[in-house]
Structure formats: C-alpha cells, structure tokens
Design a protein around this ligand. Structure first.
Ligand code: ZN
Length: 199
C-alpha cells in the first residue's frame, strides 16, 4: 500500500537508486522536490538531461568532457610523455586539484574485478595500449589501493613491461589500503606521487 501518492513513492524509489542515498534521504529529497517552485524543478530536470546528452569521453584520455578532446589533453603545457592511469574522472580531479601534476591522464572507468565479473575488456585498457605507440616515457599507475586496484595495476604492468622504452611506476603507499583517491587530501596524494616506484 502507498502511504503517499504513488508518484511520490516512485520518485523516492528512483532517488534511492543513486549512490549514497538511503530511503530516508530519498524521501526527504522527494518531499523537498514536490515543494520546490516549478521553475526550479524544470531547471534541475533540464540540467540532468543536458549533462547526460552533452558529456562525452575525451578521445585521447577517456575522461568525461564537453569536447572531443579534453582541456588537459589539448594543453601544450602538459607533459604528454607521462601518463597517469586512474580508475575514474573523480580520481583525475583529485590529482588536478593538487595543481602539481604536469603529465596527462588515462581514465579506465573501472578496475578489474573477477568477483564482479569485470574483466580487462570491460575497462579502457585497450585504449591505453593504443596510446603507447608514440613517445610515451612513463606510465604512472594510480589505481586505488583496493584488491581491484592492485589487480588492475599488476595487469597493466604485465602488459607494458615488454615495452623497453616505457617505465611503469606505481604511486607509493601513504594512500591507505582500500582508500578511494578522491577522498584523500592533496598532501597525501602528492607524497604518493613523488614516492612512486618502478613496478
Ligand atoms: Zn583527455
């Protein structure tokens, strides 16, 4: 039985599918939305729709961007011979916020997880390998310090190791085990980057 209008129930159900939103938060949000002015609701819906339509993958690093090539890949000031591999765009943003990393990135959009059935072909690994034909000198593996992140790191290392001109490094510990990069402060991130070691 619906305690509320069926529309509110549906709205709560949809909102609770979002990450980090439990049923309590979802119902708070749903009632808040119902009481919002029409124009504000329309603005929210339009913003979501537009973001979904317009955001695409950078054709080089696969981060989420508005253009075919993202501003980092476009920049001549960046060191295009150094590629930092991260699991997602939020991790890229965490390193960008430090303002100290001058290389470019590659965004995998996930990590290898046999438990969840996510294999090497389900993340942007082939795309990474395609970028290594040019004059790339170093690949910094900055996947998370989780089981999936470590599995992905050693998989990448095994792929690139035979290429003699490319050094593969792994960011140092200091990034706590199981920690998501995006939740770590800039100082710790920089220490992990500076302390990176050859794999
Ligand atoms: Zn890019």
């Amino acid at each position: 039985m619906d305690y509320y209008s069926s529309h509110i129930t549906n709205l709560i159900e949809e909102l609770s599918k979002l990450p980090g939103i439990g049923s309590k938060s979802a119902s708070r949000m749903a009632f808040y939305i119902i009481n919002m002015p029409d124009a504000q609701v329309k603005n929210l819906v339009d913003t979501i729709t537009l973001a979904k339509q317009k955001v695409k993958y950078c054709s080089e690093c696969f981060t989420l961007t508005d253009d075919d090539v993202c501003p980092i890949c476009k920049s001549k000031k960046r060191d295009h011979q150094t590629i930092m591999v991260v699991e997602n765009t939020r991790d890229l943003a965490a390193y960008e916020k430090t303002g100290k990393y001058e290389g470019v990135y590659h965004v995998l959009h996930g990590a290898i997880s046999p438990m969840l059935g996510i294999g090497p072909n389900d993340i942007k690994l082939k795309e990474l390998m395609k970028r290594l034909n040019g004059d790339v000198k170093e690949v910094i593996v900055a996947t998370n310090a989780s089981l999936e992140g470590e599995t992905t790191a050693s998989y990448i290392n095994n792929l690139i190791k035979p290429m003699e001109n490319i050094k593969v490094t792994r960011i140092a510990s200091g990034v706590p085990v199981g920690g998501d990069l995006e939740n770590i402060d800039a100082v710790t991130l920089l220490k992990a980057l500076e302390g990176r070691a050859k794999m």
